[in-house]
Write a protein that binds this ligand. Sequence first.
Ligand SMILES: Nc1ncnc2c1ncn2[C@@H]1O[C@H](COP(=O)(O)OP(=O)(O)O)[C@@H](O)[C@H]1O
Ligand SMILES: [Mg+2]
Length: 336
Amino acid sequence: MPSMSFSDYISSSPSLRYLFFGGKGGVGKTVTAAGTAKFFADLGKRTIISSTNPVHSLSSIFQRDIWGKGVQKISENLYAIEFNIERTVERYRADMREKLMAFIKSADIPVDPEPFLDAATTNPAFEEAAMFDEMVDLILKDEFDVYVFDTAPVAHTYRLLGLSKVYDLWLKRLIKSREEALSTKVKLSFRKEKILEEMKKDPILQSALETRKKTEEAKKILTDSSKTAFFFVTLPLALPIAVIERFITWVKAFDIPIGGVIVNGVIPKSLGRVPNPSTYVVNKLKEQDGYLELIHQKFPDLVRAYVPLYEREVVGLEMIGKVAEALRSGGFELIQ
Ligand SMILES: Nc1ncnc2c1ncn2[C@@H]1O[C@H](COP(=O)(O)OP(=O)(O)O)[C@@H](O)[C@H]1O
Ligand SMILES: [Mg+2]
């Protein structure tokens, strides 16, 4: 057994609190994230699983409408939150409008802000940024022991870390120029104590400072390998393997801690050892063997667990409990 198992990895990282799941659509990110959340809840940790996915995947797996309803208790130590991102985007838009109007007013620019707002907010990056913000806000509230994020915003995280230098420079300049503009205004009135007061009220400066603080905190958390781990979920198939290979290269480049790879949907090899196995099973197992070998070659020492392909969809706490059990055991017997 060359790789450290999921259980061993978790016990070797006692301060682990933030777990992210990435991978191609449909590979079982929600399933393994829910299994992981159950795993931690069973250890007695107050655990929350969170999703910003617009397809209501948590409502579906927990068989309860929790979408847009805030934190919901699922079972002992297990909580879930499914964000309504459309609503977040709407709120951001209103907030941006307010700030833009204040700016236009203070700078005396006679311009209609609507086209700018449209351009800024009807952009997929805006939605992604909103999701990212919800995630950081949830973390910063610090109400849980363990946070499991279904579907990591891998692309956004990657961009955030890559752009953070440029972004930081831009924010620094923005902050400096707002400070200068305000202090000139205040100096003219010869009332120094008004400088601070005015600055505190300036909505543009405030939001720039807040964004910067949040970006920094997010960056600190995301790159702390004692607290954070990204897990990559794949099926024993070519395309999902290629997707996580790309993700792993990205996150490595930015020192985002990699928890490991979870191989989902594994057909137990024992099915081929029954008397007269069907050709279908024999062929599928042969194909699977090839991909398991490929996974082994591409991600040596990273496979943490094999989760079996169940006879039916994974919905409801009982099935999620089975996934938690598979993670706990590592499922290495499936491939023997
Ligand atoms: N190991 C498994 N056995 C059986 N069905 C599974 C398994 N893993 C996932 N599924 C099913 O496959 C579908 C996709 O899984 P899901 O976790 O929603 O993928 P993702 O979140 O990566 O898009 C769901 O219907 C789920 O119930
Ligand atoms: Mg999902």
